[in-house]
Design a protein around this ligand. Sequence first.
Ligand SMILES: C[S@@+](CC[C@H](N)C(=O)[O-])C[C@H]1O[C@@H](n2cnc3c(N)ncnc32)[C@H](O)[C@@H]1O
Length: 220
Amino acid sequence: MTVISSSDLYRPSIYTASLLKAIDSNCANFSMNHVLDVGVGSGICLAALGRLGASNMWGLDISKDSIEFANQLLCSEFKKDRVNLVHGDMFEKLDPHLSFDLIVANLPQLPINIGSIDRPPTWGGGGRGLVDRLIHQLPQRMTKNGMSLIAHCDLNDFKKTEELIRSLRLHCETVYEFYVYESVDRFSKISDDILKKHSDQIMFFGPYAISSARIIKVTF
Ligand SMILES: C[S@@+](CC[C@H](N)C(=O)[O-])C[C@H]1O[C@@H](n2cnc3c(N)ncnc32)[C@H](O)[C@@H]1O
């Protein structure tokens, strides 16, 4: 029997690593008091923000186990009163009056709904649903000079995301582009329509598939 430890379950992905890179490049000289990670997972992105000087770190997650894991990781490095973790579906349990200088998110968004045995069930697919819900909240949740950094899977149609952001009178910029590996087996679960539409963004090499993704920066 394979035993998977919880630290393996929440291990950083290429999306996490790319978000960390974007945090380093965009936040080093950015004045941050309140910061928020939507879908906090292990807590690693919040920890990076804490190291850059964020005084109040907030994280949301629908998984109670993630919240406990992130709490341990963050409280081993930062004073407890800087860490605020909220268990719930997206913003539902967050005080509606709170706004943030920086919001980061790496939400589940592959356009397939198959789980992976070595990841928690809440890390799955769901397409653009959660990212769209997040973007709709940004005008209320970002401070006037605030910024958001969001991981985006390009199989979810980046043009649609850009249009949604602009329709909310926000500005959108790609700050980091990267490739993501998926097995052809997992890709075979994606609908033919989506695969056809994004054929120029997917490269197949034998049993491997590589698709494109990006980190976007959203501001007023
Ligand atoms: C892909 S993981 C990323 C975790 C972490 N931010 C990272 O980059 O390593 C997505 C996270 O979003 C959480 N999540 C999924 N659905 C959610 C929802 N409806 N509301 C809040 N969090 C959710 C998952 O539990 C998981 O921790």
